[in-house]
Design a protein around this ligand. Structure first.
Ligand SMILES: CC(=O)N[C@H]1[C@@H](OP(=O)(O)OP(=O)(O)OC[C@H]2O[C@@H](n3ccc(=O)[nH]c3=O)[C@H](O)[C@@H]2O)O[C@H](CO)[C@@H](O)[C@@H]1O[C@H](C)C(=O)N[C@@H](C)C(=O)N[C@H](CCC(=O)O)C(=O)O
Ligand SMILES: Nc1ncnc2c1ncn2[C@@H]1O[C@H](COP(=O)(O)OP(=O)(O)OP(=O)(O)O)[C@@H](O)[C@H]1O
Length: 489
């Protein structure tokens, strides 16, 4: 592509150089710069990309987009913009010929439930043989091709490349989890969303957003980018604020919920240990929905999928068939071991709200105690004391016994993390034992469990590794449970 075409709709100041030249590739990491390419210098959280401009030039970059007033002595084109992350999104979309303008892009945001909603949607689309691309925590799915991303919502350059690949594979529909980080850091800027879906908002990621208000405003940005539908959970207090904001605006608003009077509404809900049945009422009629996952949260997540599929013109029959076809979701209240005496469940709950909901979902069906194994993961730049205490408070209130252990401590002081959870537990007079090694903690929980007890191992869900320091160790909880059980026999 020619550089001047690449710069379409980008506001910039030409500091020096020529625009009539080739722009063969784009890089935001100097280590990935290449011949005749454009290097976009991003001021990061840990380092400043501007300091790698010379490295990018050495690898062949001939155009530099920057946001700081620094001299670039080499014979290259230099463009100055207000925000390089935003500019990266603009030129990336241009480079790949604005792929989202040719597709039906559905964006899901909210603290919890995004991945599960995606699974329900994928199954509904499959009912009619319509292929749906996926971008999110489970990775990127383009037909049979599945690959992991560094982030839940990838950086704009990677994202636009993925969209272009979907278009090339004749995949016209894509559902994407849109994180608040992505919205704040312009990763999804210049993507055209037909539909935005809001699941809920509870405390998380406050290391980046500082307050719930800022966190909410980051999420709310998605709904300024949609063209056809905004689909909102009306039972969530932040969802109601969004509804008030969006009610008199295009695009169309579709609400869902259980408690409030909503367009897509669940009633007559019957909960069972492993599944839930409810009636969904829509403007086009009612149907019985069977969700093969327990608890209210999966009523909400399946309702979000019903509303999205409804907005996308699927019939109620296709929708309920699609939801019933989801037999379970990896690491989401997944029963990894069961015999007549005991049950062991793995769940991805890693926020105070999701931990509380997971424990409350299990409680009515537990014949004995609930033994919880959990830790608190290290989040970049976050000291996390508040979150550790909040998680301990939930554990003390909702489990009968907790085994406090490690999650992904990464570079943070693991003993400190555990000590702060323990302090929270002591303050709430919870019954607990601290076992630093997560495998030992699981073995301990299994060892002390008695007939009728349920063990919930929370935090890692579908993940298959544990990050301690800079090392990623294999850690598959379902396999670990099976190994421990086998040894005990
Ligand atoms: C806090 C945060 O969001 N950080 C993101 C940010 O990294 P950063 O600003 O720290 O990057 P940096 O290391 O300071 O580097 C700055 C720039 O210099 C460049 N560089 C660096 C070194 C070099 O030799 N040459 C060079 O050019 C880098 O490529 C980068 O462009 O920009 C990077 C590129 O897009 C992201 O990968 C990175 O996500 C990190 C890995 C991360 O952990 N992010 C989390 C918090 C996140 O985004 N999470 C959400 C999901 C949350 C959820 O729902 O659970 C997500 O969407 O994944
Ligand atoms: N609607 C919901 N409300 C509260 N908690 C939920 C809800 N849905 C799922 N959860 C909890 O959150 C965990 C993660 O669910 P899911 O992966 O669907 O959410 P997510 O939004 O994709 O999360 P993340 O962005 O952290 O990957 C589940 O294991 C469950 O404990």
């Amino acid at each position: 592509m020619f550089l001047n075409a690449l710069l379409t709709d980008l506001e910039y100041t030409l500091v020096k150089g020529d625009l009539h030249k080739e722009a063969a590739a784009i890089a935001y990491d100097s280590r990935e710069a290449s011949a005749n390419g454009v290097f976009v210098a991003v001021s990061g959280f840990s380092v400043d990309g501007h300091q790698y401009i010379d490295k990018a030039i050495a690898l062949g970059a001939t155009t530099i987009i920057l946001e700081k007033d620094i001299a670039v002595p080499e014979d290259v084109t230099v463009l100055r913009v207000a925000n390089t992350r935003e500019a990266l999104a603009r030129v990336s979309a241009n480079f790949y010929h604005r792929p989202t303008e040719q597709m039906n892009l559905l964006g899901i945001t909210g603290t919890n439930g995004k991945t599960s909603t995606t699974y329900f949607l994928q199954s509904i689309f499959e009912q009619t043989g319509t292929s749906l691309g996926i971008i999110g925590t489970i990775g990127t799915v383009i037909g049979d091709k599945v690959f992991q991303n560094k982030n839940t919502t990838p950086e704009s350059l990677n994202l636009q490349q993925i969209f272009a690949e979907m278009i090339q594979s004749d995949m016209k529909h894509c559902v994407m989890e849109v994180s608040s980080h992505a919205l704040n850091l312009s990763r999804v800027a210049h993507s055209s969303f037909k539909t935005g879906i809001f699941t809920n908002l509870t405390p998380d990621h406050l290391e980046l957003h500082h307050t719930m208000e800022e966190y909410f405003e980051a999420k709310a940005k998605l709904f300024d980018m949609t063209t056809d539908y905004n689909i909102i959970n009306a039972d969530d207090p932040y969802g109601r604020r969004l509804i008030d904001r969006l009610r008199d605006r295009a695009p169309k608003l579709l609400t869902y919920g259980i408690e409030q009077d909503t367009d897509i509404h669940a009633a007559d809900i019957h909960y069972f240990a492993d599944y839930t049945i409810y009636t969904v009422n829509t403007p086009k009629g009612s149907a019985t929905v069977k969700v093969n996952l327990p608890g209210t949260i999966y009523v909400y997540n399946s309702l979000a999928a019903v509303a999205t599929a409804y907005a996308n013109q699927f019939s109620l029959q296709q929708i309920v068939q699609g939801i019933a076809a989801v037999e379970g979701i990896k690491g989401r209240l997944e029963v990894v071991y069961q015999d007549e005496d005991s049950k062991i469940i793995v769940d991805f709950a890693h926020t105070e709200d999701s931990l509380e909901k997971a424990l409350k979902t299990i409680r009515p069906f537990a014949k004995g105690r609930i033994i919880l194994v959990f830790g608190v993961y290290a989040s970049d730049g976050e000291s996390g004391t508040e979150k550790r205490r909040a998680m301990a408070k939930v554990a003390a209130a909702c489990a009968d016994f907790s085994v406090i252990t490690s999650d992904n401590p990464k570079m943070q002081d693991n003993n400190l993390i555990i000590r702060e959870i323990v302090e929270g537990m002591e303050a709430c007079k919870g019954d607990y034992e601290a076992v630093v090694d997560r495998r030992d903690a699981i073995a301990f929980a299994i060892n002390i469990s008695q007939k009728g007890d349920v063990i919930l191992i929370a935090g890692k869900g579908h993940e298959t590794s544990q990050i301690i320091g800079k090392t990623e160790y294999p850690f598959n909880e379902a396999e670990i449970v099976r190994e421990i059980k086998l040894k005990a026999k």
